[in-house]
Ligand binder design. Structure first.
Ligand SMILES: Nc1ncnc2c1ncn2[C@@H]1O[C@H](COP(=O)(O)OP(=O)(O)OP(=O)(O)O)[C@@H](O)[C@H]1O
Ligand SMILES: [Mg+2]
Length: 320
């Protein structure tokens, strides 16, 4: 039901622009009434589709598991399930190559509602150090909850004014932000309501994803715009992944460049993915004590699938 008191509040928070969808105050009250997850919640969200949310969520989840952290992953995108599929592929690769790989626990949210989200976090993430939530590229009540409960919100953007528009409206002459965009305004209000509810502040990292060094001049203009938005919307601007085909191809195996060292047949190779994801985790400044991850040697027994090794070698070898 429409509530004029809430509507007034939303208009004042968004600089006079009414909010569409469920009000952030209602969202935060609902979150505050449910048990809080024990671990650090990291939500990957951007209403804009195809910007690299699932790719970054997958790589962060693996990097944290690799650093000895217990990681629980919730895939909110029950239609595409990209992240859950990558993790399922990873289980298959571990079986085929007879290797033990750092493996987050994961679940797909089949009913998109706040109650189910909290239930799944409690079920698989009870004792997790990190709970990673991958949101679909849309606005919905459950996506708002995932953003509201995030201790760290990660929003990938591609280097394009079209992608930036959803964060903030820009003055084309000065590249200064004139007003929050649809997504930027919604996040701003959810973060304000989160603090008002006494749930503490959240960190918002906007991550430049799929950057191409050849477009350096264009990037520097987009960076100016992003810096103006960062001040106004209070986010941290971070570097994500460069555009590399290998990030797409390894999806079929559910592997990342960090896994190569666990696969003895391939460990000698040098890959050009660098350490972009490790750098991003450092920039976001997540607080955790790295612990050595120990493979289970028992899993090395048995016959390795030669077909899997050859297929993997063909893909990874072409980027070495
Ligand atoms: N750094 C990168 N280099 C190359 N390709 C990338 C990179 N990041 C993402 N991609 C590719 O871009 C496409 C979109 O990525 P992804 O599915 O991660 O985006 P998304 O934001 O989760 O999309 P959606 O909104 O549909 O959930 C995929 O084909 C993915 O493989
Ligand atoms: Mg996705």
């Amino acid at each position: 039901m429409w509530n004029p008191a809430l509507d007034g509040m939303s208009a004042s928070l968004s600089g006079g622009k009414p909010i569409e969808g469920e009000h952030p105050a209602v969202v935060m009250r609902d979150i505050a009434a449910r048990p809080r997850p024990g671990g650090h919640v990291m939500t990957f969200a951007n209403e804009k589709g195809g910007v690299g949310k699932s790719t970054l969520a997958f790589h962060c989840a693996i990097a944290l598991a690799e650093a000895g952290q217990s990681v629980a992953v919730i895939d909110l995108d029950r239609r595409q399930q990209s992240l859950a599929t990558a993790l399922t592929n990873r289980q298959g690769t571990a079986r085929n190559l007879k290797v033990d790989l750092p493996m987050p626990r994961f679940a797909v949210l089949d009913k998109p509602c706040g109650a189910q989200l909290s239930q799944e976090i409690a079920r698989i993430g009870q004792r997790a150090d990190f709970v990673i939530i991958d949101a679909p590229g849309q606005d919905s009540p459950v996506v708002r909850r995932a953003i509201g409960m995030a201790d760290t919100l990660v929003t990938p953007v591609n280097c394009s004014y079209v992608d930036l528009d959803i964060l903030g409206r820009l003055d084309p002459a000065t590249l200064k932000m004139r007003a929050p965009g649809q997504f930027g305004g919604m996040v701003e209000q959810l973060r304000a309501e989160r603090e008002a509810c006494g749930m503490g502040s959240s960190n918002w990292a906007v991550v430049r994803n799929r950057s191409r060094p050849v477009e350096r001049r264009h990037h520097s203009r987009v960076d100016r715009a992003l810096e103006s938005m960062a001040q106004r919307l209070e986010f941290q601007l971070c570097d994500g992944l460069q555009e590399r085909v290998v990030y797409r191809e390894l999806f079929l195996f559910g592997l990342t460049h960090m896994d190569i060292r666990h696969i003895p047949r391939l460990a000698r190779k040098n890959y050009r993915t660098g350490n972009e994801i490790e750098r991003l985790i450092e920039q976001i400044d997540l607080e955790f004590e790295p612990r050595p991850w120990c493979a289970d040697p028992a899993l090395r027994r048995g016959r390795i699938s030669e077909k899997a090794v050859q297929a993997f070698d063909a893909i990874i070898g072409s980027y070495a």
